[in-house]
Design a protein around this ligand. Structure first.
Ligand SMILES: [Zn+2]
Length: 395
């Protein structure tokens, strides 16, 4: 479905190669190309290219997916990466990034980038919160302890300066278990801020996604979704889940909440990266998801494999000449043995954490593209069954 460009300011003189004619032709378009039950395969068009969905988005917190360079990300199959507004705002600062040509140019990644609003970091570091009111949120920076404020207008301005392809609305994301009053206030502020951010200037062609809150409370979640959908965003995220509630409740909520979102816009589940969880949100109609899990696990010496999670520190791998995962075609698996990787991890060699990060990322990207192919073939349920059965094998 083609929609007219929204109030986009200062159309650029140059656009990435491949974008011709109408300077923003097709940008923001999301086409569902196949469905299987509630699951969808689709394509989201951004200024920096197309994103086939479902898509796993590697997290480049500080303008880098830890230890991996953009060429490696591309080779692993990444189509879109995520940048963190909170961290980039404080170090090196969006003005520095903008002066150096924007985040794509700065980090050397010419594909699509999604930036979060900074809100998740602010609200997950609850001990740093100072004040919360209609204007925005005041908190202490984790970098120098100085008081800082984030408002919807500020979140828009930072993300416009970074020049991401998809910007996220500033929302209030409470942890699991807060009382109804706090949850309702989070929904109220999230809608109030979304309306203001929707009216703020953006980078040329930058899409803006709204984030629904309301935890697993049907009435609040519905209200949040209705209020955001009325603002007509380019896509919608289910926020405030995977924040400490039981996993079954997360999936139950996604199951009834995802269908409440418009079918012709991408749906983003924020913060899921375990293989089973990824398949479960895809099955429930989610198109985009992100997680730091693959690189974080890599740094602890753990590998996600088709036969379950392996801890390379374990002595049983000391003389294991097999590849990490026989089903994987990444450099770690095609060139090195488990014994060598274990040695690198135990000696805290940089190559070890790089190879494990690369493998873990490739594993989740392959899993996601496999799910996409299964949706297209109409056999997602059997694909999921087979993947989960293999995960329970002992490697
Ligand atoms: Zn591998």
């Amino acid at each position: 479905m083609t929609r007219p460009p929204q109030s986009r300011v200062d159309l650029p003189g140059t656009l990435p190669s491949g974008v011709t004619g109408d300077p923003l032709g097709g940008v923001g378009r999301f086409v569902v190309t196949a469905t299987d039950g509630a699951a969808r395969a689709g394509v989201l068009t951004t200024v920096h290219g197309e994103v086939p969905t479902p898509a796993f988005m590697p997290v480049g917190t500080k303008g880098t997916v830890k230890s991996l360079d953009p060429g490696e990300l591309r080779a692993a199959g990444a189509c879109i990466v995520l940048g963190n507004t909170y961290h980039l705002h404080f170090r090196p600062g969006e003005d520095v990034v903008a002066e150096l040509g924007g985040l794509h140019s700065f980090m050397g990644w010419d594909g699509p980038i999604l930036t979060d609003s900074g809100g998740f970091q602010v609200f997950s570091l609850r001990e740093t919160l100072l004040a919360l009111d209609d204007e925005g949120v005041t908190f202490r920076s984790i970098y120098d302890g100085a008081a800082a404020q984030l408002s919807p207008e500020g979140a828009a301005a930072i993300q416009a300066a970074l020049g991401s392809d998809v910007a996220m609305c500033l929302d209030v994301c409470p942890p699991a278990g807060v009382d109804d009053k706090e949850l309702e206030e989070a929904v109220r502020l999230t809608s109030l801020w979304a309306e203001r951010q929707n009216a703020a200037a953006r980078a040329p062609g930058q899409l803006l996604f709204g984030i629904a809150q309301g935890a697993s409370e049907p009435e609040l979640r519905r209200r949040s979704i209705e209020e955001l959908v009325a603002l007509d965003f380019d896509g919608y995220a289910l926020g405030g889940l995977s924040v400490g509630e039981p996993a079954e409740l997360t999936m139950e909520t996604v199951g009834w909440a995802a269908p409440l979102l418009p079918g012709d816009r991408p749906r983003y589940f924020m913060g899921i990266g375990d293989p089973k969880g990824i398949l479960e949100v895809i099955e429930r109609g989610i198109d985009l998801f992100d997680c730091v899990l693959p690189t974080r696990l890599g740094r602890t010496g753990a590998a996600l494999t088709s036969a379950g999670r392996l801890n390379l520190r374990n002595a049983r791998f000391a003389r294991d000449s097999r590849p990490l995962d026989e089903r994987c075609a990444c450099p770690a698996c095609t060139r090195f043995s488990r014994a060598y990787l274990r040695h690198l991890v135990n000696q805290q060699e940089l190559l070890g954490l790089r190879l494990l990060s690369l493998h873990n990322l490739r594993f989740l990207l392959d899993l996601t593209s496999g799910a996409r192919a299964a949706i297209e073939a109409g056999n997602l349920a059997s694909f999921k069954r087979e993947v989960l059965a293999r995960l329970d094998e002992t490697a």
